[in-house]
Design a protein around this ligand. Structure first.
Ligand code: GDP
Ligand code: MG
Length: 164
């Protein structure tokens, strides 16, 4: 079970569709669990990846300060095997930090998916950007992707599979 998290507009839905759809896969209708909304299932030779949405992890910084919301999100995230936080290349703001904070301290492995790399004019910005982010917000692994152009998805998926 993989939680796909990130502030609005970073490209979560696009990334999900790319991860689910770019090979043979199944997209579930809308089954619900208490803490997670199942977004889709990717079936691979290595196994199945269940992508879930974790309510409470996509709120803005203001809401993430709410303790009970944080606790609920923290409990929910404890149930997943991997958390993938999606961000926009070159942009890390309060809302991204709030999502990171909501993942909690003793959380599961967390991967950073730096999306929209196709949109970045100056590619030389990428490494300093990531260095700045991970200096304050440690991630277990960083992947550069373009959900739109379907770049970097294999590496991200392998990183996910390696942690299931
Ligand atoms: P969500 O709110 O996080 O689910 O974000 P969406 O998947 O709805 O995407 C928000 C916007 O970003 C849409 O206009 C997408 O087309 C665009 N977008 C998503 N991924 C990429 C990408 O890799 N490159 C570019 N240039 N745009 C993207
Ligand atoms: Mg979306």
């Amino acid at each position: 079970m993989v939680a796909l998290v990130g502030r609005p507009n970073v490209g979560k839905s696009t990334l999900l569709n790319a991860l689910i759809g770019y090979r043979l896969s199944i997209v579930t209708p809308r089954p619900h669990t208490t803490r997670h909304r199942i977004l889709g299932i990717a079936t691979r030779p290595e196994g199945q990846i269940l992508y879930v949405d974790t309510p409470g992890l996509h709120r803005g910084a203001k809401h993430a300060m709410n303790r009970s919301l944080n606790r609920a999100a923290h409990q929910a995230i404890a149930e997943v095997d991997v958390a993938v936080q999606v961000v926009e290349a070159g942009r890390w703001g309060d809302e991204d930090a709030a999502v990171y904070a909501a993942l909690g301290e003793r959380a599961v492995p967390r991967l950073l998916a730096v999306n929209k790399v196709d949109d970045l004019r100056d590619k030389a910005q990428l490494l300093p950007f990531v260095a700045g982010v991970v200096a304050q917000h440690p991630f277990d692994e960083v992947y550069f992707v373009s959900a739109l152009k379907r770049q970097g998805l294999d590496a991200l998926e392998q990183g996910i599979l390696a942690r299931l």
